[in-house]
Design a protein around this ligand. Sequence first.
Ligand code: PEP
Ligand code: MG
Length: 893
Amino acid sequence: MATYVYFFGGGKAEGSSRMRELLGGKGCDLAEMTNLGIPVPPGFTITTEACIEYFKGEKRHPHGLWDEVVSNLRRLESAIKLSFGDPANPLLVSVRSGARVSMPGMMDTVLNLGLNDKSVVGLARRTKNDRFAWDCYRRFVMMFGNVVLGLERPAFERLLDETKARVGARTDPEVPAEALMELVGRYKTLVMEKTGEAFPQDPLEQLRLTIDAVFNSWNNQRALTYRKIHGIPHDWGTAVTVMAMVFGNLGESSGTGVAFTRDPGTGERHFFGEFLVNAQGEDVVAGVRTPEPITALRARAPKVYEELVAIKDRLERHYRDMQDIEFTVQEGTLYLLQTRSGKRTAKAAVRIAVEMLREGLIDKEMALLRLDPRRLHELLHPVLEPTDKARAIGKGHLLVKGLPAGPGAAVGRVVFSADRAVEWAKGGQKVILVRPETSPEDVAGMWASQGILTSRGGLTSHAALVVRGWGKCCIVGAGDLFVDEERRAFQAGRTIVREGDIISMDGNTGEVLFDTIKLMPPPISDELRVFLKWADETRTLGVRANADTPEDARKARENGGEGIGLVRTEHMFFQAERIPLVREMIMAADTKARQVALEKLLPFQREDFIGIFRAMDGLPVTVRLLDPPLHEFLPRYTDLLEEHTRLDALGINQARARELEEVMAKVRSLQEANPMLGHRGCRLGITFPEIYEMQVRAIMEAACAVTREGVKVEPEIMVPLTGTVGEMKLTHEMTRSVADAVLGDTGVKVNYLIGTMIEVPRAALVADRIAEDAEFFSFGTNDLTQMTFGYSRDDIGKFLPFYLDRGLLPADPFSVLDEEGVGELIRIGIERGRKTRPALKVGICGEHGGEPSSVEFCHRVGMTYVSCSPFMIPVARLAAAQAALGSKAEGNK
Ligand code: PEP
Ligand code: MG
């Protein structure tokens, strides 16, 4: 038969910190502290298994549980030399919840259990303190009434307030014993009125009911929501710890406190915490009285303080991590009630990891595993100041929640058009561009904005992709937000936000608030630099950046990028002075006219490449040839039609009207039912070879120019959207002949590679043949995910929330790589590609390249590098290091 109860006390415990799953965090660490000889009141822990059985048995105790509880209660009585329910000398216990991971405040606890009308008198006599005994009893009736009997806490609080008013007490400790005695009577009457039954007097019945209530609190709404947010499984259950009460409310030489072994905000190595004299633990949490800093304890009780400092140092050395402890001082004697790894800011986490390594407490591997790579965002982008944000949420200013697409935070005035964004930004305003969705035409406005908010689109939609690359704050797919461009307003629930109103965005969570929230700058500390250097020494996977401009390239290098994995050349076409040339190229009636326009574009492209190559001197740069369908560069059809209709109605400017008709005809001719699967990628370069020829020439001429300056460059020319062997052969031949011609003309020696993106599932399947011509692969997992699932990357926002809610998808596949499906294609692609070319360089340049679990997958399948936005590079560096440590651990098994 399973053991459901584990005892601790008298310097020995049956459990230990290795039994976290069974005893919960609180239970296992109380056992561990007992074994270490740290003063902990004795008690016992009921296992999580008992809780799971309780739910399986439709809320009946598993067989044998109650007998074990009773026999452990007897052990507890003899350890502490008090009897449960003894009217003269009662043992009181606390009953506490504790899951295997801490869920602060989500489940229930009852203190002072064991008191009744008789034992309260015994307690008063033993402690020679009437007030204390009746204070314990009234607290117990209130907690039991609330937690076990389900009565509202405010009803009890009202009665307490009435009593205070009647006796003229400002604070709880000023209420005298007689008044408390009378208050207990009123509490019991309340219980009788509300439940129809008397407050239970039998301590064993009290205990049994409370254990059930704590089990049940595993499934209260708060706990359910918390588990959902943090991805904690619902079938873990909670342990229940029953331990002898010690009292911090026995007078001036007693008290209670909470402390951290280091500062959880900054990571600084100093004892940090709070202490409340003459109080029980709940008073600290409730915040009714202002506690003193922990150092005040030194003045009040120097011996106790010294002992506490020695214990906290010992706990930190033992657990080799910063601890969050709860303690109580009962008439000058110190007891520890809890220890656990303390929650901390990312900044503190990095500093603590680095300093603990220097102190010899942990090694490099442990240090690197201490921080979730995602949390590095907090250190790299301005963020909303947490207390100010909490204030705004408290006031009900949260407007909507969308998909968090771009990091950091933004605060600014709402505008509804890209032009307005540019105009206001020029005037020195901070603006946030709000659109139903964005298109390449909006790019200037997006750039001018602090943040971008769209009601449609997924995590790889246009806005998300472009803006994330800039490291700008962006929220997309906020479906509950209705944008009325005409009225220049948006509506979220009942709130209407108009142009010029200030909103704040949290790009890390997707929250949008109708408030001006303070921003916090994120300084890159020396500790972070050291920490990331260790990550570099540990990882085997390369980390490159997706970068389109010299500026991005510099940022990538600054953040530790080891090359560029993707230059999206179309992004170079979006700049204001180039758009007319691009349009001229698209509108060209024939090849010759197109070539003339391309000749004008070439110098711009060449200059950009020169800038990028210089910035990346000595590092590889992968340049992708034009990918998107051409109509993306033309104005919107509806805008053209509107202008045309206006001119027509007014009968003015005939020349412009004719020009518009021409453009409209072209836009119509380029329109496709499904442009993402249409005339784009290498299909474009094959049907309009002059476009790719110009681009290859620009790349190679730039490479030759910088080589002459002494810059080391080895361009990797990448063909997008290849699906067949024929496409690869043809584009390879075209590229080779133009590139070699440039080298021949200039007489400069430059090594270059021609490779392809693998983003069409078919390409992964015929990768062995594709690799005959492709000298490297880069998995474009945005398109590969789109085509594998058949989900439009721009429209997933419509159904994704439902799918996530119902568990049909574990995560957004455009954010977290789908290992089972898309990942299988990647595995096949790598395996087949390397069959033909064993040393094939393989990377990933979809958005997944900066997502930690996807990075781990890329490491596992043997990729050469991941490529992500310059701002995500530190995240990828740490994720890659953790992946390397993970596979090392696997290997050691
Ligand atoms: C991809 O498809 O993963 C990719 C990187 O290309 P793009 O996002 O530009 O289509
Ligand atoms: Mg793509």
